[in-house]
Design a protein around this ligand. Structure first.
Ligand SMILES: O=C(O)c1ccccc1NCC(=O)[C@H](O)[C@H](O)COP(=O)(O)O
Length: 228
């Protein structure tokens, strides 16, 4: 097992942000996507991001942002990362990095082994890949659906994944299954949203503590040290 990052995604209140930071999240994510129950406008998001004050890396999660929105993110929120869940091609990711100067995490949906072929074109372009579940039928959200995929796909011979690649794993992870996710997939990062909520979009401090307790039980050196 390698040491891994922990990202808590879809935060929208100072109270639950404080729990994520106190418990040592390395990354904290804020969603800007109107259809999401976790959606935050740019102004309130900027206020929340300012509270992080260097204690974790900040991530704006969004979908096919246009240039005007990218400029607002970079100017008004100043996150460390953009996490992209749309149809952003490697070329578009390159443009977005050049335009904003921000690091980019490209999310790619996985349901079957063949989906992993989408990863290689982003090598050397995206700063990180987030392997997430494909949206289930009936959902109009490209992320935050609380469903997991077959993690053994990532370590199967012939997966085509570069074993050195630093990907984050997400989709349906919670306090009960995070140990298994880490054991099977050995990712360089874990991302959780629904698994620490009491209802869609409502982060729950108790569930967050249970999740971090489960991580603590994995022992050292499970989690990477807090970012500098
Ligand atoms: O969370 C959302 O509502 C969302 C909306 C639009 C694009 C992406 C979104 N979330 C992305 C994330 O990083 C989630 O943490 C990831 O998909 C895992 O979610 P979950 O299965 O709920 O833990």
């Amino acid at each position: 097992m390698r040491a891994f990052d922990v990202k808590i995604c879809g935060l929208s209140t100072p109270e639950t942000l404080a729990v994520a930071l106190e418990r040592g999240a390395s990354h904290v994510g804020f969603v800007h996507f109107a259809r999401s129950p976790r959606h935050m406008d740019v102004g309130p998001m900027a206020e929340l991001v300012a509270k992080v004050d260097g204690r974790a890396e900040t991530v704006i999660v969004t979908v096919d942002p246009d240039d005007a929105l990218l400029d607002r993110f970079a100017r008004d929120v100043k996150p460390d990362w953009l996490q992209l869940h749309g149809r952003e091609t490697p070329e578009r990711v390159r443009e977005i990095k050049a335009r904003t100067g921000l690091k980019v995490m490209k999310a790619l949906p996985v349901a079957a082994a063949g989906d992993l072929a989408a990863v290689a074109p982003y090598a050397g372009v995206a700063d990180r890949i987030l392997l997430d579940s494909k949206r289930p039928k009936g959902s109009d959200l490209p992320g935050g659906n609380g469903v997991s995929f077959d993690w053994t796909l990532l370590t199967s011979a012939g997966s085509g994944l570069d074993p050195q690649m630093a990907y984050m794993l997400s989709g349906g992870i919670d306090a009960d299954n995070v140990a298994e996710a880490v054991r099977i997939a050995d990712p360089s990062g874990i991302d959780v949203s629904s698994g620490v909520e009491s209802a869609p979009g409502v982060k729950d401090a108790g569930r967050m503590h249970s999740f971090f307790d489960a991580l603590d039980r994995l022992g050292e050196p499970a989690r990477k040290a807090r970012v500098s």
